[in-house]
Ligand binder design. Structure first.
Ligand SMILES: N[C@@H](CCC(=O)N[C@@H](CS)C(=O)NCC(=O)O)C(=O)O
Length: 330
């Protein structure tokens, strides 16, 4: 009896998220409280950003409508517990994939949407050119992050003296840095580009060339729902495959008439891939039409056509010298 109950519970727990999302009529997606380029509420009250667009892509895959999503802003300290507790369906918040985060909270990172690394920003006037010159510096850093752990590791490994100024929000870190409470700000490099835009005088600050860690950022879900893991994982891979195949929001009409087998499987004119993960076969076409392929989302929010102007770098497709690589849909 006890065994039967366990099995029954296991079966329902393993496919409940999609059913709950559909019944609710909206996806609940955890995002950053305010990081330009990734997750940011503009003056009009509309949210935008790379991580927000991933939430919208999921909503488009599930409902055919990118707006059926409720965004829940979360601090670095609160994010993983919120996901574990079922307060959100998915976390899309510049979160680094680490072993400890999966094992400690029972979570799964489904892929890497952005390959990042940790860096340092200093006032230009400090005339520092390397992170190895930061011995004794006061460094602003945020709690609940891999950043704070890497910072300690880097200073220890290089026998340097560290004075941390720890806060629990970016707003406080920026204020402290701008006011000179610390002379160095550290975070993921992509975030340094974003945060620099929020300083009183962005141009008077430089980002040092050192990259002191690997920060593979990606969406996170609970470990106990395989169907949901597959959905979130394959939405990400569909967006990368779409870019590789030249299918974009502008060319989706043509792609739906294409006779190329790979394109047909992606947009669902052949095969049954959408239905196999609990969606419709137009799931990926809906994502591409509403939100775009990976490259479009990158360019719009972070790349050349955005205020951040971050080079694609490691996040180029593998066919263009980067490491973004998606398994095939077949
Ligand atoms: N990728 C790192 C750092 C993520 C992180 O939370 N960074 C801070 C510093 S930029 C942040 O996004 N803060 C925004 C906020 O809390 O409002 C991690 O997963 O721990």
């Amino acid at each position: 009896m006890a065994l039967a109950l366990t099995v029954a519970f296991g079966a329902s727990a393993s496919s409940q998220t999609l059913a709950q999302v559909k019944a609710r009529g909206a996806l609940v997606c955890g995002v950053n409280e305010g990081l330009p380029g990734f997750s940011y509420m503009g003056e009009s009250g509309a949210w935008s950003g790379f991580d927000v667009d991933f939430c919208r892509a999921l909503a488009a895959a599930i409902f055919g409508d990118p707006n059926k999503v409720k965004l829940v802003p979360l601090s670095a300290d609160a994010r993983f517990q919120a996901l574990k507790d079922g307060k959100i369906d998915v976390l899309s918040r510049n979160s680094t994939w680490t072993m400890g985060r999966e094992t400690e909270y029972g979570l799964t990172f489904v892929g890497v949407t952005y390959y990042d690394g940790q860096g340092f920003m200093v006032p230009r006037a400090m005339r520092v050119t390397s992170a190895l010159d930061l011995d004794g510096a006061r460094v602003c850093v945020q709690s609940g992050t891999t950043t704070i752990d890497n910072l300690a590791d880097f200073f220890t490994a290089n026998h340097m003296n560290l004075q941390e100024v720890v806060t629990s929000s970016t707003d406080e870190s920026i204020k402290n840095y701008d006011a000179g409470v610390c002379s160095v700000l550290t975070s993921d490099l992509s975030q340094l580009y974003a945060l620099r835009l929020r300083l009183a005088k962005p141009r008077e600050n430089v980002i040092l060339p050192d990259v002191i860690s690997k920060e593979p950022l990606g969406p996170v879900v609970r470990q106990n729902d395989l169907q949901w893991i597959e959905i979130v994982r394959w939405v990400h891979y569909a967006m990368i495959n779409a870019e590789e195949l030249g299918v974009s929001s502008r060319t989706i009409g043509q792609a739906l008439r294409s006779q190329k087998p790979e394109v047909m499987r992606l947009v669902g004119t052949t095969g049954d891939f959408g239905r196999e993960i609990g969606l419709t076969n137009g799931w990926a076409a809906n994502v591409i039409r509403a939100v775009g392929n990976y490259g479009e989302v990158f360019d719009r929010n972070l790349g050349a056509r955005s205020p951040l102007a971050i080079p694609r770098g490691l996040n180029q497709l593998w066919t263009s010298g980067g490491i973004q690589y998606a398994p095939p849909i077949r």
